[in-house]
Design a protein around this ligand. Structure first.
Ligand code: TPP
Length: 805
């Protein structure tokens, strides 16, 4: 850290742009704007070596011009800061629809060609660059996975700050510069994400520098923040804890000078805060981090008036300011004038490569924002130092004989993970770490908090690294930013409220899926999501807390990178968690409840079962390995597994000659055909488990449709009768929940009898008995406000005492 005097001197020097710097910086910006317009419009004649003609214009004009010049303007200035200071910067574009500007930045910096050698820095390369943009067989129009230097697509607006904050956690040398669109700033997630500063530790974390880009308009109208009194905007941001620096205008070169000064001030402030915190000169209060409000015209430097209509500075500049260019000679002329206004002859040499004047504006090597390893986080990843999960195993002397809280064991494992990895593992949770029985982590790390801490608070401090904020968007987004920059973590949330951030989950799946195809993108640690406090056991809560929908979302968008695990007990959970923490570039959902639950497998059995993904539990069934049992009772999910094991027990006791096979599924994706998902079990194993003709009664944790979706295409998939959550819920007893949703042990027994190919003697009596027990349950819960002892305290009897097989 530079001492204050030299820091002040650097800041002062940075705040003044001399003529040479201005010339180069402005040339770089013009070159970027030229390449941006070229990408949107041209498919030939990239350097305008001949007069522009209709055949040079793309048939479909797709892309977003309006935001782009603002993005590249900021980028150019940050590059200068980097060159002058050596500061490492990750650039995140909230309005990711400004993709061409970021592609152009990578192209000018040379990293685009490094990633895609076919797009060289010459005339032919530029033609390809233009032609491929927003085109079939080419690249998407947003700041997508294919854009070097990006960890943030910005397609779905709202997440730029959460990604930025996640990226800087435990990255003390990094500044994440996040451009926030003023339309984007109207979204719920973005509005909630200003609070990130309340969780940053200036000694240990890097800094986020938001640039709120008030270009005034969205797609079709004005933005709230641009039309507010600037004093109100300032108050809002100051209220969140920022030190607001404002820059406004469209005049040149005035804007260059003013922005250079603003950026210098912001950077100086960041370094001053960090120097104080890291040098021991910090009283622990939350710093006021700088934030730049940039007011510049939408479509800056583009066409002013088109067909008599104001374009520049309005919503009309959002996408393509000039339409029907092929067909309209006036528009063609305007486009040519627009492109030539950047004076391409000063920007590109005869061979088409950027001139020295332009290249001078680039930082070097990995300091180029398009080449920063922070945006290709797998390059920086150090695997977790993982303790042996077996050390936390539950002693299971016999299946289904004891109950305990499985997630508590996971908490103990995570405590060890925290201790062994003090700089690269974090747990993110919306205020539920203890509630979710993961509180053991708080023995080794507080919850991180930069605001005022009082005597009454517990396990909260500015040094804490367990991240709790009551915002699923923040938790999820922080973890994404954290893992995309190469570190590891887990997002633990109430199952129902994972739907709040479901869209982020899906977007992240898309990102990882696309990244698989890019050899230069190194694999990153997986995004691990623990869904607990599940639909079936919301004892304090009710219907609003009962929603297993995320499973459905993830399997529907499954691609090849999503994984869904439903460990039935603690030892399986430990094995699954160990696997997920070691894995890379997946989205792993782990679903298990936090309440005391039956334990089935020893740690060795659990490890083998989880490795297989699904297996027969011989001890629970009565088919003794017969090729054709009367029924297969399958289950996936903790509570429904208990009901299945209990149902099998009832059948064993009451119909000893009825052959049941119990199959438990931990890895949900194993049900899918192998050709459709890498985890799909091969046909032979599928037949071993489910046969090709015996009916299967499947008790599932989530919505029944999910299993039908997964087994589609398997032999005779119609024989799967699936029971699961059917939106029958309320605040009630655990057993009443399974009864209401028709997945109780009694329902499963009846389903088994109804679907078996033969009807053994005694079946009708057993059906009647099940109906009678369900009626007894109805009466009992209302009268006693708890479940009948026979279900409440049910365990599988000792094998010695079991009934005949
Ligand atoms: C969550 C979400 N809702 C809607 C859209 C559709 N959309 C794309 S761009 C845009 C306007 C964005 O305005 P702003 O953030 O100000 O960006 P800029 O003006 O800089 O283009 C909208 C509504 C989206 N991409 N994401």
């Amino acid at each position: 850290m530079a001492p204050h005097a030299s820091l002040d001197a650097t800041t002062e020097r940075l705040s003044v742009l001399d003529e040479d710097e201005l010339a180069s910086l402005d040339a770089w910006w013009r070159a970027n704007n030229y390449l941006t317009v070229g990408q949107i419009y041209l498919m030939a004649n990239p350097l305008l070596r001949e007069p522009l003609a209709a055949e040079h214009i793309k048939p479909r004009l797709l892309g977003h011009w309006g935001t782009s010049p603002g993005l590249s303007f900021v980028y150019a200035h940050v590059s200068r800061l980097i060159r002058e200071t050596g500061q490492e910067v990750l650039y995140l574009t909230g309005p990711g629809h400004g993709g061409p500007a970021l592609v152009a930045a990578g192209y000018l910096e040379g990293s685009y060609t490094e990633a895609f050698p076919a797009v060289g820095t010459d005339a032919e390369g530029m033609r390809r660059l233009f032609r491929q943009f927003s085109a079939p067989g080419g690249i998407p129009s947003h700041v997508s996975v294919t854009t070097p230097g990006s960890i943030h697509e910005g397609g779905e607006l709202g997440y730029v700050l959460v990604h930025a904050f996640g990226a800087v956690m435990d990255n003390p040398d990094l500044v994440a510069l996040a451009v926030v669109g003023d339309g984007e700033a109207e979204t719920g997630p973005l509005e909630g994400s200003w609070k990130g500063v309340s969780f940053l530790n200036p000694a240990r974390d890097g800094a986020v520098l938001p640039v709120l880009h008030l270009n005034g308009a969205k797609i079709a109208g004005p933005t709230v923040l641009a039309r507010k009194d600037p004093a109100e905007v300032r108050s809002l941001l100051e209220g969140h804890g920022y030190d607001v620096i404002e820059v406004e205008g469209g005049d040149l070169p005035g804007m260059h000078h003013r922005f250079a000064a603003a950026l210098a001030q912001a950077w100086g402030r960041i370094r001053t805060i960090q120097a104080a915190a890291r040098g021991g000169d910090w009283d622990g209060t939350r710093p006021r981090w700088p934030l730049i409000v940039l007011r510049s015209p939408k479509g800056w430097t583009g066409p002013d008036v088109v067909d008599g209509v104001q374009m520049l500075g309005t919503f009309r500049a959002h996408q393509v300011p000039l339409s029907t260019v092929r067909e309209n000679p006036d528009h063609l002329r305007l486009l040519e004038e627009w492109l030539r206004s950047y004076r391409p002859e000063e920007l590109f040499d005869d061979d088409g490569s950027p001139t020295e004047l332009v290249r001078r504006a680039n930082p070097a090597g990995p300091l180029r924002m398009s080449a920063t390893p922070y945006a290709n986080g797998g390059l920086l990843t150090r695997p977790l130092d993982l303790p042996d999960y077996r050390d936390h195993a539950v002693d299971v002397p016999r299946p289904a004989g004891i109950r305990l809280e499985s997630t508590r064991r996971l908490g103990e494992l995570l405590r060890e993970v925290y201790s062994a990895n003090p700089d690269r593992f974090r747990l993110f949770c919306p205020d539920e770490t203890t509630s979710n029985r993961l509180g053991a982590v708080l023995e080794v790390s507080d919850r991180g908090f930069a605001e005022r801490v009082t005597e009454a608070d517990e396990e909260i401090s500015r040094d804490g690294r367990v991240m709790e904020v009551l915002s699923e968007h923040n938790c999820h987004g922080w973890l994404e930013g954290y893992t995309l920059t190469g570190r590891h973590g887990l997002f633990a949330t109430y199952e129902a409220f994972a739907m709040v951030s479901a869209s982020q989950t899906i977007q992240h799946c898309k990102w990882l899926q696309e990244a698989e195809a890019l050899p230069w993108r190194a694999r990153v640690p997986s995004l691990n999501i623990l869904l607990t406090s599940t639909a079936w056991r919301n004892d304090h809560n009710g219907f609003s807390h009962q929603g297993p929908g995320l499973i459905q979302n993830v399997i529907t968008a499954r691609g090849t990178i999503s994984r869904v695990y439903l460990p039935p007990d603690a030892n399986c959970l430990l094995s699954v968690a160990d696997h997920c923490l070691r894995s890379t570039s997946y989205v792993n959902l782990i679903v298990i409840d936090k309440q005391p639950q039956l334990q089935y497998l020893t740690i060795d059995e659990a490890a083998a079962h989880c490795a297989r993904g699904a297996g027969v539990w011989e001890w629970a069934g009565t088919d003794d390995g017969a090729a054709d049992p009367d029924i297969v009772l399958a289950c996936a999910g903790d509570v429904v597994t208990m009901e299945t094991v209990a149902a099998a027990r009832i059948l064993r006791e009451r119909l000893p000659h009825f052959r049941t096979r119990v199959v438990n599924v931990v890895d949900l994706m194993s049900l899918v055909r192998r050709r459709d998902h890498p985890h799909g079990m091969d046909e032979t194993l599928f037949l071993e488990l489910f046969t090709d003709h015996v009916d299967v009664v499947f008790a599932f944790h989530g919505y029944p449709g999910a299993v039908h979706q997964l087994v589609h295409g398997r032999p005779d998939a119609d024989r799967f009768r699936v029971r699961g959550f059917i939106e029958e819920g309320t605040t009630t007893t655990p057993f009443d929940m399974v009864v209401r949703n028709r997945v109780s042990r009694y329902h499963l027994v009846m389903d088994a009898l109804n679907n078996a190919h033969r009807t053994p003697p005694g079946s009708s009596e057993l059906m009647a008995w099940c109906e009678e027990r369900l009626a007894a349950h109805e009466e009992y819960v209302v009268a006693h406000l708890q479940d009948m002892p026979e279900v409440r305290d049910w365990v599988l009897p000792d094998p010695a005492e079991r009934g005949p097989a």
